[in-house]
Design a protein around this ligand. Structure first.
Ligand SMILES: [Zn+2]
Length: 198
């Protein structure tokens, strides 16, 4: 009984840490951690639960980082969003026995490629396009998703990350992870895809 309640407390504390990790990465994200080709993965493993938070520049997944400007680009965006709603692109069938829920999902907020609402209408005929140029050049946008896996038994501590073969624009994933007893940092690439949570 004592041991059980200890575990419960540990689980609770560990799951609280994803908020901490998420907060840290979200804060960093707005500044200078947005590097094309790189993505971040925050992982908390606690008992039979595993939580992933994945944050990536939109460019890595889409090949562009602005609002779609053709039917083909719009379709691509739709298909990436559909992919991200399940977790197969990230972990293959490694956690197929677990119940997955997508606990958070943020699609990129692209800067408008036209001038903002009123301006676009009013000044269109005058050909005032300065605002569009000003915001278009250095705008960046991210995808951010979180998955929670509830597993029937403690999940494997070696998980093969399949993101690289699914999205060719992802070159490196920086992983921060926390388990009941340890934490670590890992850098995964297409030739080094196994995340060892121990
Ligand atoms: Zn960018």
């Amino acid at each position: 009984m004592t041991r059980f309640s200890n575990n419960q407390r540990t689980t609770h504390a560990s799951l609280g840490l994803i908020a901490l990790l998420a907060g840290t990465s979200a804060a960093a994200q707005g500044l200078d951690s947005h590097v094309h080709g790189n993505a971040e993965l925050n992982v908390v493993i606690a008992g039979q639960q595993l939580q992933f938070e994945f944050i990536s520049p939109a460019l890595n997944l889409l090949g562009f980082e602005r609002a779609p400007n053709s039917a083909a680009e719009a379709a691509l965006l739709d298909s990436v969003v559909a992919d991200l709603k399940s977790s197969e692109w990230l972990v293959g069938d490694a956690l197929v026995d677990c119940q997955m829920s997508s606990v958070a999902f943020e699609t990129p907020e692209f800067a408008e490629s036209h001038a903002p609402d009123g301006d676009a209408q009013k000044h269109d005929e005058d050909g005032h396009d300065e605002h569009a140029q000003g915001t278009g050049g250095d705008a960046h946008a991210n995808f951010s998703v979180q998955y929670l896996f509830d597993c029937p038994a403690p999940p494997a501590r070696d998980i093969s990350i399949t993101a690289f073969s699914h999205f060719g624009g992802i070159e490196e994933i920086t992983v921060q992870w926390i388990s009941e007893t340890r934490q670590g940092l890992a850098r995964l690439t297409a030739s080094n895809t196994v995340l060892a949570l121990e």
